[in-house]
Design a protein around this ligand. Structure first.
Ligand SMILES: Cc1cc2nc3c(=O)[nH]c(=O)nc-3n(C[C@H](O)[C@H](O)[C@H](O)COP(=O)(O)OP(=O)(O)OC[C@H]3O[C@@H](n4cnc5c(N)ncnc54)[C@H](O)[C@@H]3O)c2cc1C
Length: 176
């Protein structure tokens, strides 16, 4: 018996982490990612860049129990290096003495989160499902699955975790 049904649109770092937290709180979660599963298809083509995680990111990862494992692979960055036109190098610390932001593989952390999501009983993951429409009255969503195939998904709640150019946000504001 679950507490309610969530659709999470977007399986990036935010969507996959959110799905895990919701699933562990007893909700039924459908996690829908538009792109192919990077764990089976090399969508990064060797170009995945690192992202820098601050305390906010680590606090979230620690909540699902992967903070220390992920930190073991991370590279601390203590300051921004500024190269002056005169050739002088100065350093702008990211925090107090010893504070750092931590560089991690964006693809690596995302795939680790997807593995954890897949292992959760309440979560189903779906790839190559592009959100194309939302009924904001019912939280129902429409996903394009193949070039000419669409499926409708019913849920109690929808989270748009579909990135900076969020389709969910654009639909909410009537922007195509
Ligand atoms: C060059 C660059 C460097 C950055 N460096 C940092 C950094 O160092 N530290 C940092 O914290 N942030 C950094 N950012 C921001 C970073 O991208 C975000 O912090 C992080 O990726 C946010 O994760 P997200 O899951 O919200 O979004 P995203 O990583 O963008 O994931 C959104 C997911 O939703 C999917 N999606 C999109 N539309 C749909 C749709 N219609 N249907 C289904 N799925 C959809 C996408 O395929 C994607 O997988 C950087 C961004 C860029 C561009």
């Amino acid at each position: 018996m679950t507490r309610g049904k969530f659709t999470v649109a977007g399986g990036g770092p935010v969507g996959s982490l959110l799905a895990i937290l919701l699933g562990r709180h007893g909700y039924e979660v459908g996690l829908y990612e538009g792109r192919p599963d990077s764990r089976v298809t090399s969508i990064y083509q060797g170009k995945s860049i690192n992202i820098a995680l601050s305390d906010r990111g680590w606090t979230s990862l620690e909540q699902i129990g992967v903070g220390s494992d992920a930190k073991a692979e991370a590279i601390p960055m203590y300051h921004r290096a500024i190269h002056g036109v005169d050739g002088e190098l100065s350093r702008l610390p990211y925090g107090k003495q010893g504070d750092a932001i931590w560089s991690v593989s964006r693809g690596g952390i995302n795939e680790q989160l997807l593995d954890i999501a897949d292992a959760e009983a309440n979560i189903t993951t779906h790839f190559e499902h592009w959100l194309v429409d939302v009924d904001f009255e019912t939280a129902g969503t429409v996903f394009q699955v193949k070039r000419d195939q669409e499926i409708t998904v019913e849920a109690d709640y929808l989270f748009g975790a579909d990135g900076a150019h969020s389709k969910v946000r654009r639909l909410a504001h009537n922007v195509s």
